[in-house]
Design a protein around this ligand. Structure first.
Ligand SMILES: [Zn+2]
Length: 467
């Protein structure tokens, strides 16, 4: 996930079945793939795949290619394309019917910067302690890279032939500018479906028991808008009616009081319906009422009042930064504010901008959209075959865990495919406790007990959705 989003995955592990450092090879039904996952994961963490000088993403890609080719992929079916200081990888697992659209498995090889001085262990040395693997990328998302690669190799080992091509695509700058993602999306504009290992995921309660699985089928877009008021200024001993700070304050007050029209889609409707079963009675009633009728005023009021839910019922915009004036004793010549918006799928950046202008209701205000390289994207349809495959995939380690459709609060590689009409789903198999989620943070770690059910899961998903 890029820097500008909240981690949506809550990846948790099953604490009860933590195994030792070298145990995974014998712990599950796919011993060779489980051992290889751990090998790849350890090597992966050691590549410093951080944007900028010394970026080792190309080396990591070369290492993965080596593994895939040794595992049965034709050398010409695994390509690495250098882009600036990074690279992207495409590995094609050929199916029996080349006329079918390909199934994409997506991930990213880059990680967020990590300063060794701030970490308790070196972020680029894989460290295994108490059943956890520590290191930058242990959660976001080298664990899933390793699982996907090892699972594909295991399917080759078992001589599995899919009907459609299965293509592993790994981007190299998801955490920053997503240039490689956009290049990948341009190459697969009419893919059958994209399964993203960098979204969705399971939640473990603090007691270590699996609570639910979030299947991500949509994401909100991220947009920043700069508002500016300018004035001639002057001496503060001679105030005049025009004042950039007062004008800004009034506009911000109007924006702060505004609520964007609540919206509901396939994904959020299914989310509220499923989440209501786990919510407190009052919230549950509001969720059910909103799912039935997104214009229900009482339900909207109840969900809007809760920061955990307000983002799920529509676009939100909030002031996050403010600056104005240039001297204690001068009338302000300029006031600026940043409005940060999380935009509901299907709404464009321009529509949000138009609404901000209308609500601010002051023609003197200038507004400027900050292009951070993201895009707005539609929600993917909820598909029975995807839900069924996920359910079957989870059966090995997490039988019966509720599957809750979810909308991510921010951007992943999927958006560049959704915007081209490729149905895209965040389907990571990693279960994690909220208290263990250190994506982008210090001492990032994931429980190794995710390997065994993770391999079993990916193999089921790939088999089911490629035929
Ligand atoms: Zn990520």
């Amino acid at each position: 996930m890029p820097f500008n989003t909240l981690p949506v995955r809550r990846r948790l592990l099953i604490a009860a079945c933590a195994f030792g450092l070298s145990a995974p090879a014998t712990a599950g039904p796919n011993p060779a793939a489980e051992a290889q996952t751990l090998d790849i994961l350890k090597r992966a963490i050691a590549f410093r795949t951080v944007a900028g000088p010394g970026n080792q993403t190309p080396q990591f890609a070369a290492y993965l290619k080596e593994q895939l080719v040794a595992g049965g992929f034709a050398a010409e079916d695994v390509t690495i394309t250098p882009v600036d200081d990074t690279a992207y990888l495409i590995a094609r697992y050929r199916g029996s019917d080349p006329t079918l659209k390909p199934l994409l498995l997506s991930g990213h090889m880059d990680v967020v910067e990590a300063k060794p001085a701030d970490w308790q262990r070196d972020p680029f040395t894989p460290v295994i302690e108490n059943g956890y693997i520590y290191g930058r990328g242990a959660t976001d998302m080298k664990f899933d890279d390793a699982l996907m690669a090892a699972s594909l190799i295991d399917l080759k080992r078992q001589h599995f032939t899919p009907k459609r091509d299965v293509v592993l695509i790994l981007s190299g700058d998801e955490e920053t500018i997503m240039k490689t993602t956009q290049m990948l999306a341009a190459q697969f504009p009419d893919a059958y479906m994209l399964l993203n290992g960098d979204g969705g995921g399971g939640n473990l309660g603090e007691d270590g028991k699996p609570a639910y699985y979030a299947l991500e089928g949509a994401e909100k877009a991220y947009g920043d808008y700069t508002l500016t008021f300018t004035n001639p200024g002057g001496h503060s001993s001679a105030p005049r009616k025009e004042n950039a700070i007062y004008e800004m304050a009034a506009a911000l007050t109007r924006i702060g009081n505004h609520q964007f029209t609540p919206q509901l889609n396939d994904i959020t409707k299914a989310y509220f319906t499923a989440a209501a079963d786990r919510a407190a009675p009052k919230t549950a009633a509001a969720m059910r009422a909103f799912a039935a009728d997104p214009t229900d005023k009482q339900a909207i009021a109840a969900l809007s009042a809760d920061p955990a839910h307000v983002g799920r019922i529509g676009t939100t915009c909030v002031a996050t930064m403010l600056a104005g004036g240039h001297a204690l004793n001068a009338l302000p010549q300029r006031a600026t504010a940043n409005i940060n918006c999380r935009i509901f799928p299907g709404t464009s950046f321009q529509q949000v901008q138009d609404e901000l202008v209308r609500v601010a209701d002051d023609p003197r205000m200038q507004i400027h959209f900050i292009d951070t390289g993201t895009t707005a994207s539609p929600a993917s349809p909820m598909r029975a075959d995807v839900t069924a495959a996920v359910k079957e995939g989870l059966a090995f380690g997490y039988k019966g865990v509720p599957i809750i459709p979810s909308m991510a609060s921010g951007a992943s590689d999927s958006m560049w495919f959704r915007v081209r009409g490729v149905p895209s789903y965040g389907v990571a198999p990693i279960f994690i406790k909220d208290s263990d989620d250190f994506s982008h943070g210090l001492n990032e770690r994931t429980q190794l007990s995710n390997i065994v059910p993770g391999v079993a899961y990916w193999k089921v998903l790939i088999r089911r959705l490629s035929s």
